[in-house]
Ligand binder design. Structure first.
Ligand code: NAD
Ligand code: MG
Length: 405
């Protein structure tokens, strides 16, 4: 049941992963349209003080926190001058909240496959879903897309490339059906090339987390920043595009575009290419999806193309960025390989960020995980439990390599 006090007139929004980079950008846009949207629920894993500040500012009805210690921190930070929101504790309540009828729109902005159960619960509940959590699609695209289809969930991509593609497709109400029979020949995902676009692979041995997280154009969470540096992020996005738009891997291309002004392109059978351009600011795709089909102001300034002067393009270098080729290989192999790729990457990136793994080993860990997968019997990955079990087995394998704890 909706918590008491939820207004029926405004569109109610649940943000899974509210304290992250995407969560903060979403709240920024929502705050500009308080007459249209109402925050229903917010979740976070850490930074309870930040969550409390968000919940106070946006008058959230529900918050979801991981455990009792987090609940106490949240309560202390929230103070006593306003009525406390309902506080739900633990992962089970997170998935329940994603399906809560009090919220109409769910913003899936948790990082990693950890976001899958809640994102899937939102799909099963037929929500309007703004999807940032690409790892959920990489790990369980088939399951997620059929849940959305079977339960009438509306999927709106907010990963900037996929949102750009969505904007360049004929107007339909759902990403999954927009591509079919529209005469689309190719999807072209642009990539900035990250901070090491010009570095030789050999020079990357000594890269630090701070260097890897210093993205030239975008300000993002640490995991996706490292993913952008290795370009595994673009590989995950190729898999994401495969599921969202139903395009075969041969018809999804990656194009390096260092300025991050064109966010992606759609090529049609007649040779026309449509592109979406804008500042590299996540409030653009988030506001597009929140308002869809209306356009909402989002605080992002206009794009001054004359000041930019030029836009550059180059093909990706698969030798310098082996993770990109590994992701295409995993997509062609199938669901189990995609799980093995994503799980290994999450473990390796966490180890790198904690100073336990050299940067250049991230791709080696992924490669080892894909080899491990190649030696496994065929998996029936047709349920959430089966996906989570295989994900855990891949993580254990990688941990046992001794490369990453
Ligand atoms: P972030 O690290 O900044 O934030 C992650 C959020 O998820 C936080 O609120 C955190 O508390 C929560 N969280 C982390 N681990 C969790 C767990 N195990 N269980 C529950 N909650 C957990 O991440 P981000 O950069 O905002 O990215 C979020 C997602 O959006 C990722 O999948 C990323 O690939 C995607 N994405 C991000 C951007 C961007 O600009 N940051 C752009 C496109 C797509
Ligand atoms: Mg992206």
């Amino acid at each position: 049941m909706p918590a008491a006090g939820a207004s029926p007139q405004r569109e109610t929004v649940i943000i899974l992963g509210a304290t992250g980079s995407v969560g903060e950008s979403t709240l920024d846009v929502l705050g500009r349209h308080a007459g249209r949207f109402q925050v229903y629920a917010l979740s976070a894993r850490t930074r309870m003080e930040r969550l409390a500040a968000q919940a106070r500012q946006h008058r959230a009805h529900v918050v979801v926190v991981p455990d009792d210690a987090a609940r106490e921190r949240f309560e202390r930070a929230y103070g006593t001058d306003l009525p406390l929101p309902e506080i739900r504790v633990g992962d089970t309540t997170l998935a329940e909240t994603a399906a809560d009828p009090g919220g109409h729109t769910v913003v899936a902005a948790i990082v990693g496959a950890a976001g899958l159960p809640a994102a899937l619960a939102a799909a099963n509940a037929g929500k309007r879903i703004l999807l940032a959590n690409k790892e959920a699609l990489v790990a369980a695209g088939g399951l997620f897309m059929s849940a959305a289809r079977n339960h009438g969930a509306q999927l709106l991509p907010i990963d900037s490339e996929h949102n750009a593609i969505f904007q360049c497709l004929p107007v339909k109400t759902d990403a999954a059906t927009a591509c079919a029979a529209s005469g689309v020949r190719r999807l072209v995902l642009t990539a900035s090339g990250g901070p090491f676009r010009r570095c030789h692979w050999k020079d990357l041995e000594a890269v630090t987390p701070a260097q890897a997280c210093a993205h030239p154009n975008w300000s993002m969470g640490r995991k996706i920043s490292v993913d952008s540096a290795t370009m595994v992020n673009k590989g995950l996005e190729v898999i994401e595009a495969y599921w969202l738009f139903g395009m075969s891997p041969e018809r999804i291309e990656v194009l390096v575009h260092p300025q991050s002004i064109i966010h992606s392109l759609v090529e049609y059978e007649d040779g026309s290419m449509l592109a979406q351009l804008g500042q590299p600011d996540m409030r653009i795709p988030i506001a597009h999806a929140l308002g869809f089909p209306d356009r909402l102001a989002n605080g992002v300034g206009p794009l001054d193309l004359a000041r930019h002067g030029r836009l550059d393009f180059e093909p990706p270098d698969y030798e310098r960025f082996p993770c990109l080729a590994l992701a295409y290989a995993a997509l062609r192999d199938g669901q189990g390989a995609c799980i093995a790729l994503n799980a290994a990457n999450e473990v390796a990136v966490a180890a790198f960020l904690e100073g336990r793994l050299p940067y250049t080993w991230i791709s080696r860990v992924i490669e080892a995980s894909l080899e491990w997968h190649g030696g496994q019997a065929e998996q029936a990955l047709d349920s959430l439990d089966a996906v989570l079990d295989y994900d855990l087995r891949a993580r254990r394998y990688v941990a046992n390599l001794g490369l990453a704890a």
